[in-house]
Design a protein around this ligand. Structure first.
Ligand SMILES: O=P(O)(O)OC[C@H]1O[C@H](OP(=O)(O)OP(=O)(O)O)[C@H](O)[C@@H]1O
Ligand code: HPA
Ligand SMILES: [Mg+2]
Length: 179
């Protein structure tokens, strides 16, 4: 698997330091509140686990599975809810946890759904942001790293369901995509 990686962009240590910073910022901003923290599966599962440990205000957790990439490096443009939340967001302060914002289509779809369900507030934390590929007008409230227009894998992010378990984030060798 390591042989498939062309370059490591963010080491495990660099990512962990950033996750701590993001957790501290959220803990400061949500003093006295009890937000519902929503993990967007599957990509955000590792980020969510690490981030949650760095949030010091009381939180509730929930999970939503959404998919639009399938086995491609380009969004299909069609966002599907594969698993919905267990809890109601009505009247809740919601924090959406995303691994990456690329076209922005996934998040704009989820935000729209949560606002229609009458969440009190909806904010977004994204570990990676690729503004160069945006088609939806959208920005995260908390961003870890702004990255160039390259398809990245690791730390939850996949290509065709592989590489999610890498503790770092990197770019694949181009020949992997053409296989
Ligand atoms: O901004 P966008 O262009 O919508 O891309 C970002 C979304 O795409 C990926 O999910 P994917 O559909 O691959 O599902 P996965 O999390 O199960 O891999 C990623 O985890 C984000 O949720
Ligand atoms: O760069 C990416 N890597 C993995 N999954 C993704 N989904 C959107 N962009 C990406
Ligand atoms: Mg994916």
């Amino acid at each position: 698997m390591q042989n498939d990686i062309q370059e490591v962009l963010y080491s495990e240590e660099t990512i962990q330091a950033k996750v701590k910073e993001l957790g501290a910022a959220i803990s400061r901003d949500y003093q006295g509140r009890n937000p519902l923290v929503i993990c967007v599966l599957k990509g955000a599962f590792i980020f969510m686990a690490d981030l949650a440990k760095n949030i010091t205000v009381p939180i509730a957790l929930d999970f939503m599975a959404v998919s639009s990439y399938g086995n491609s490096t380009r969004s299909s443009g069609e966002v599907r809810i594969v698993k919905d939340l267990d809890s109601s967001v009505e009247g809740r302060d919601v924090i959406i946890v995303e691994d990456i914002i690329d076209s922005g289509l996934t998040l704009s779809y989820i935000i729209d759904v949560l606002e229609r369900r009458n969440a009190k507030s909806v904010h977004v934390v994204a570990l990676f942001d690729k503004p160069g590929r945006r088609t939806a007008d959208l920005n995260a409230d908390y961003t870890g790293f702004t990255i160039p227009d390259a398809f990245v894998v690791g730390y939850g992010l996949d290509y065709a369901e592989k590489y999610r378990n890498l503790p770092y984030v990197g770019v694949l060798k181009p020949e992997i995509y053409s296989n």
